[in-house]
Design a protein around this ligand. Structure first.
Ligand code: GLY
Length: 351
């Protein structure tokens, strides 16, 4: 997989112009969603490098990361005269960068695309690392390809208009990066004041967080090994998210990841001896900022089924976890028995 250029932007105009100039193209398209169009496009629309851009707009949120939205993007590219030499800028959150990346990767067998993430979640996770795709058949990111954007432009100016829930959602992925890197980075994240955000400090933390992801992706772009570290919290998190989707409950991805982290750290404590003090601190942090995911024992069979169907599992019926023996001490491909998983869910319910 080609290496992705991640640009920490201090001036959006300079960074975007440089990227648009660097990638030869005949036509320029900007894909965004209706909310980002209102909140973030005004920061970009007046830039000279955007003068010729043709806009493609889709409905926001993960429920719209569908085949229908994808077809709409393909149709718009076709009607707009896109060729293999066209360039698409995906401006938005993870939904736009995932779906846009997939649309670009498949249109005429692949055109170049640039990610300009506008949410914290997409800055630290979705937009970086080349995973693209859509939800399908009730499963998240079920269909997609690995294909990196030619560049990712990270500018925290967009975060000023981000609501608190979406900010927290992205912060959960940062917390995950803390847990899989160093105790120092994890402690910095635990001590950051989320009630009174210092945006300068947040920018530094974002840079550090993206660095954690970049190093891992560079080592294992196609997730054969160490990239699975990035799945910490996601085996349970995705199952919570999918259950919520089935029951028409809205749950933001990062909230599900935060709840999943608590469950999987519980498993890590029981199975790998993850330090209890760090587990309790993380658990307390999550409880305070994210609350908890409500479910009952009635949901256990479905949650187990969803975990067993996770595309990250190596064998049919087995549930695969990434666990920690300490912060940064990562153990991938850990399977757990049905009893262990039920005990973990019992613990979480008793929270
Ligand atoms: N979101 C996890 C990864 O990119 O591998």
């Amino acid at each position: 997989m080609a290496k992705q250029d991640v640009i920490l932007s201090r001036c959006l105009e300079d960074s975007l112009s440089a990227v648009v100039e660097r990638v030869p193209h005949d036509r320029l398209f900007v894909l965004t969603d209706t909310v980002t169009l209102r909140l973030c496009w005004p920061l970009v629309s007046g830039l000279p490098c955007m003068a010729e851009a043709q806009m493609i707009t889709i409905a926001p949120t993960d429920e719209n990361k569908t085949l229908e939205s994808l077809a709409h993007v393909w149709t718009s590219l076709q009607r707009g005269g896109a060729t293999r030499r066209s360039l698409m800028i995906c401006l938005g959150g993870g939904m736009v960068t995932d779906l846009g990346g997939f649309a670009a990767s498949t249109f005429k067998r692949g055109i170049a695309y640039v990610n300009v993430p506008t949410t914290l979640l997409s800055m630290v996770d979705a937009a970086v690392g080349g995973k693209t795709g859509i939800n399908f058949g009730g499963m998240k990111n079920e269909v997609g390809v690995f294909n990196p954007a030619v560049a990712v432009v990270l500018d925290t100016a967009f975060l000023r208009s981000l609501d608190r829930e979406n900010l927290l959602s992205g912060y959960a992925e940062m917390l995950k990066h803390g847990l899989i890197s160093t105790t120092e980075h994890w402690a910095e994240l635990m001590n950051f004041d989320l009630e009174d955000i210092d945006y300068g400090r947040l920018t530094d933390l974002v840079a550090e967080s993206v660095g954690v992801k970049e190093r891992i992706v560079e080592e294992d772009p196609h997730e054969h090994g160490i990239r699975k570290a990035l799945n910490l919290g996601h085996t349970v998190g995705h199952a919570f998210e999918e259950l919520a989707l089935e029951e028409n409950r809205t749950v933001l991805h990062g909230y599900a990841v935060a709840w999943g982290l608590v469950c999987e750290l519980y498993l890590s404590t029981c199975r790998m001896g993850f330090p209890r003090d760090k587990f309790h601190q993380t658990r307390q942090f999550v409880k305070e900022h994210y609350g908890r995911f409500p479910f009952t024992c009635k949901h256990y069979p479905r949650l187990l089924e969803l975990m067993a169907h996770d595309k990250k599992n190596l064998e049919v019926g087995q549930v695969n976890f990434t666990l920690l023996a300490d912060v940064g001490d990562i153990h991938i491909n850990q399977t757990a028995t049905r009893e262990e998983i039920e005990e973990m869910l019992d613990f979480y319910q008793s929270e």
